[in-house]
Design a protein around this ligand. Sequence first.
Ligand SMILES: [Cu+2]
Length: 152
Amino acid sequence: MPIRTLLLTGAILATMPADALAADRAKATLDCKAAKSPEFAYDCTLDLANARTGAPLDGATIVLGADMPSMPMVHNVPPFEFKPTGQPGRYQARIQLDMYGPWAIKLRVTGPLRDEVVAVYQFGTEGSELRKRGAGSKPAAKPEPKPGQHRH
Ligand SMILES: [Cu+2]
């Protein structure tokens, strides 16, 4: 029954909103400042926006995961959830890492849109600094952490 199949397919496509076909991405700007104590704790601010329109995204659930790309399976950092600050598209979280160095930060966004944003940040005594976004861009010209900083 080819005609019936075609009609059915058409009906399914017609019920899908256009937005679902071209899913919007999230733009996440993360800035973490080292907390006074304990060691390796950071107070992080996250600005979340629709990457296409630039509009701030409120009402999102954002879970942060952290791992060291250079040390897979070594660290076991629990996920941290961001809380809204009341400012448009701005969220905050206190996170606890367990050493300085490059951390791959994965932000899982659900709510007004669903996305996963991964970027590598250098975490140090002051705070976080973006090293590279995703896999496509070149790493910043920054020295690798000294081997002495990697102790477990
Ligand atoms: Cu490490």
